[in-house]
Write a protein that binds this ligand. Structure first.
Ligand code: ATP
Ligand code: MG
Length: 353
């Protein structure tokens, strides 16, 4: 058993991981492995909320993301990678937690509203789609972590997690509803009240340009606007050369817009040569440098980041027995913690018979 503080975060297997994951969360995870006892959940049950008709695809993406983790530098000797559906205590906790959130409260969650709009779910989404927000509360609280590194879109889910933890501690652990968040555990509360840890880029925009309302969408697995951590150099080049930049700028001598332009957002996020970026941004604003030159630079920067991961991935794909053994061991470690939490929760709820 380790005495390191615990960290929980993860991904829904709706595709492979992309640059948004790297700057939003994955980079933090790789760096925090020594300091924290890390648990990374592959939330395959949540993938069913929008893709219940594609079970084989969900299975494949679950494995793909596990390989993405290992390729990006997650070390299974230090960290636990596990599959949500292999840890049933999470679902049991989800049922109890769903009683602690009023239905209108779930519907007010802005990330749920954004997802319904951006994934064009209309009003025809399954009941389980709403339940996933509570499911995520259970994914987190089952591990009673100190730290949860996520992208900005997850802040509303983290807020709901805090609310459920406070309510549980109040109803079942006799914690006063006026007690300060950081004092809950010391006073005998079961669940910590967790603040999110946000990555250095809160919300990386996608390559696709604005939607009908003029909003720039975040890079997302489901929106076909992502550069993947598994893309080969040729694919990266095609995606960058073809991506949206400043639609008003027709030739290199036109003045260009840098703000909210993926070309410059990505240079700022990924190019280590900060001096070149700030000088080139000025030249772009003044119509003194072409899109093509700046895009070519960006391709080099992104390939330098992605290619070592992709090479590692090619090796892992030849050793699936190893990947499966990492997941099996991870599931075991995750079950040990989540079962312990469920027992403690049932004891607090007086449901031990
Ligand atoms: P989906 O389209 O299925 O919702 P996604 O690309 O949004 O997929 P998730 O699995 O929902 O990815 O998110 C996993 C983690 O990565 C979350 O912490 C999320 O905040 C973070 N993340 C995802 N996309 C971005 C982004 N573009 N910028 C910053 N962080 C991101
Ligand atoms: Mg998402």
């Amino acid at each position: 058993m380790t005495t390191k503080p615990r960290l929980l975060t993860g991904d829904t297997p709706t595709g492979k991981l992309h640059l948004g994951h790297w700057v939003g969360s994955l980079e933090n995870r790789v760096h925090l492995q020594d300091e924290y006892d890390c648990f990374f959940i592959l939330a395959n049950m949540h993938a069913f909320t929008t893709r219940m008709d594609k079970p084989e695809e969900i299975r494949q993406h679950t494995i793909d993301i596990a390989i993405d983790y290992l390729s990006a530098g997650i070390d299974p000797q230090k960290s636990t990678i596990f599959i949500q559906s292999e840890v049933p205590a999470i679902s049991e906790l989800c049922f109890f937690f769903s009683m602690l959130l009023p239905y209108p409260r779930v519907m007010r969650n802005p990330t749920i509203k954004d997802e319904i709009r951006d994934k064009q779910l209309g009003d025809n989404y399954p009941f389980g789609f709403l339940l996933y927000a509570v499911g995520q509360v259970a994914d987190i609280l089952a591990f009673r972590p100190q730290v949860v590194p996520v992208g900005e879109d997850q802040i509303p889910h983290l807020e709901m997690t805090r609310e459920v933890a406070r309510r549980f501690n109040h109803l079942y652990c006799d914690i006063s509803s006026h007690l300060a968040d950081e004092e809950h555990l010391a006073a005998g509360g079961l669940f910590p009240i967790i603040s999110p840890m946000i990555g250095r880029v809160k919300r990386l925009i996608g390559t696709g340009g604005p939607n009908e309302q003029g909003q720039l969408l975040k890079m997302s697995k489901s929106l076909n606007n992502a550069i993947l951590l598994s893309d080969d150099p040729d694919t990266v080049r095609k995606k960058v050369m073809g991506m949206y930049t400043d639609p008003q700028r027709l030739k290199p001598t036109d003045k260009g817009r840098v703000e909210n332009n993926p070309l410059w957002v990505y240079h700022e996020a990924f190019n280590p040569d900060k001096a070149w970026v700030s000088e080139a941004e000025n030249r772009y604003r003044n119509g003194e440098i072409g899109d093509v030159e700046c895009k070519k630079r960006l391709v080099d920067v992104l390939v330098a980041l992605i290619e070592p991961m992709r090479q590692k991935r090619l090796l892992l794909e030849k050793d699936m027995d190893y990947v499966r053994s990492v997941l099996q061991e991870g599931n075991q470690r995750a079950n040990a913690i989540a079962n312990e939490t469920l027992e403690l929760a049932k004891t607090a709820m007086r449901q031990v018979f």
